[in-house]
Design a protein around this ligand. Sequence first.
Ligand code: FES
Length: 338
Amino acid sequence: MLKAKIKVNVNSVAMPFQVDFKGEKIVPVAEGQSILEASLAAGIPHYHACGGKGQCTTCRVLVQEGEEHLSELTSFEKTIKAVRKFPDNIRLACQAQVTGEGVKVHRLIKDDTDRYIFINSAEENSTEVMGVRRKLALFFIDIRNFTPFIEAHPPFDVIHIMRRIFTLLRNAIEQYGGRIIDTAGDGLYAVFGLESKIKKAAEAAVLAGLKIMEDVKIFNNTYMRPYFNHFFEVGIGVHVGSVIYGNVGIGLNNNLTVMGYPVNIAARLQAATKELNNSFVISERAFSLLKNPPYVTSSANINLKGVSSAFEVRLIGKPFQYMATFSKPEQGPVGNSG
Ligand code: FES
């Protein structure tokens, strides 16, 4: 499924420019030649299922450098970009002509498996599929005092209450522009900043956390205490940092995955809420980004695996009531359990 027929001019008189196909070869490009024509002429097995008509997108490339030395988007590219939500640095090699030096591209579809992943994915979003590094606010939350409830109630009640709480968490996270990445047991992991700069992301993560604390308090007073004679609390950890995110595209949900050391730190901060006996622990780095930091804070230093010096954090939550009520707190936050 490599090709339809396309004419390649291998005898071009002038080859004024070069295009660097990352990891493959640097190829000469003639004036007015498309990236696809140049790559095929150089022997690169460049996919072009529609024959260069701007319809199949199998020729797409990620432009890493020299975007300004490519011709304007053609009408085909504009249409496809609008429909498939391609980011600006994706071009169709059959449409883009090279107008200057310094263009570096990365061919995206190199074999049939690539083709399947990119073309057949149910909900194509190239930004996510390819993977991006950017600064995000990482948010881990764990529901506390849940194990005693599980042990004392039938499965129906447990799942019902779990749904209530997760709905509450999700509403607050989404209200502030966050996105839930994963859930595990009685906790979840979300990120903020996919659509905003890091300062706003840190602010949003903190506001979402404070709202959740308030909403859980209301839920306890209006529902849990009257109907179940029980209450929940939450432990929240927030950190910021540069992470890689992308859509792995495997599995039913085609989930977004976020990876990187800052993720581990955020998970550890959430776990540290227990040892610090404070429901909301945020790294000093994240705290320093806040425009309107919470009034009541104290600081602490904790030891993190892999970090030689003490890690400075701010405590912006409250001491846990359940710790005073139950002598043995339950286990099991998302990520690094504490
Ligand atoms: S070859 Fe089909 S869109 Fe470029």
